[in-house]
Design a protein around this ligand. Structure first.
Ligand SMILES: C[S@@+](CC[C@H](N)C(=O)[O-])C[C@H]1O[C@@H](n2cnc3c(N)ncnc32)[C@H](O)[C@@H]1O
Length: 245
């Protein structure tokens, strides 16, 4: 990218982020709500993880990594700029948020995830969703664009049999997946279209769980829709099945 294109990208990113700016009192309410939700989610997560003691260390490890370096404070670092150039995405597409275990477990059960399944999380962040997949005994694989997210939690996830790889979701290996989860709330329509193209490399019958927006393509049949709690508030979760032809 030439310097002028780079400064255009910066300006566009700045404008994108200004679109999320809120007046003081609204911001305060949002922050208090987020605090309440995060306490509630942590408590329910802990109760659930105590039911699977093997997952306690990885869960606490991810939490510790969050306390040491927050994934919620996005910075336009060299790594981030390079990653965005490689995928052609915008900075605002990296906005971070997590799925509480209870939400992921509920959605996964509704989607039929079990011990014989393989769940791939596209845009896996720090891997919280993958813990939920392991809770149900499924194989858990995550693909995350930012190496910093992956590196901060890898040592905690590996012993629990969880694979979290750095890579572009639009190029992820999906051939063995029975279920694909994607929290694609912040992605642009262009990036979502690339993901849907990738979804078509899956076997017929593969289930897709998407957050906030459904898959708008006839070969992905909607099975159900549920309103669920996330770290930033309530969103719809959409469960689809791939039925080509
Ligand atoms: C909203 S977070 C979701 C984290 C996790 N899946 C969860 O629900 O708890 C979305 C993540 O997608 C990642 N992401 C954005 N574009 C991506 C891409 N092209 N390939 C892989 N990850 C991507 C972001 O860096 C961010 O960590």
């Amino acid at each position: 990218m030439t310097p002028s294109l780079d400064s255009e990208a910066r300006k566009r990113d700045q404008e994108d982020l200004e679109g999320f700016e809120l007046p003081f009192f609204q911001k305060l309410v949002v922050l208090l709500w987020a605090l309440l939700v995060s306490i509630l989610a942590r408590l329910t997560d802990l109760v659930l993880v105590l039911g699977r003691p093997r997952l306690l260390r990885p869960y606490l490890g991810i939490w510790l990594a969050e306390r040491l370096r927050s994934p919620y404070r996005a910075r336009r670092t060299f790594e981030v700029v390079r990653a965005l150039r490689s995928t052609g995405q915008r900075f605002r597409e990296l906005i971070y948020g997590e799925t509480p275990l209870m939400t992921a477990l509920w959605a996964f059960r509704r989607a039929g995830l079990g011990a014989d399944s393989r769940l791939v999380d596209l845009g896996a962040g720090r891997g919280r969703v993958l813990i939920a997949a392991r809770w149900l005994g499924a194989e858990a694989v995550g693909v995350e664009l930012l190496a910093s997210h992956v590196e901060s939690v890898a040592k905690w996830l590996v012993p629990a049999g969880i694979t979290l790889e750095q890579g572009d979701a639009a190029r992820a290996e999906l051939s063995g997946a029975t279920h694909v989860f994607t929290n694609w709330l912040a992605l642009t329509p262009e990036t979502k279209a690339k993901l849907v193209e990738r979804f078509r490399t899956c076997a017929p019958g593969t289930r897709f769980i998407t957050v906030a927006h459904p898959i708008e393509a006839e070969d992905f049949v909607l099975r159900s829709r549920h309103r669920m709690l996330f770290t930033w508030g309530f969103e719809f979760v959409w469960i689809h099945e791939y039925r080509p032809g």
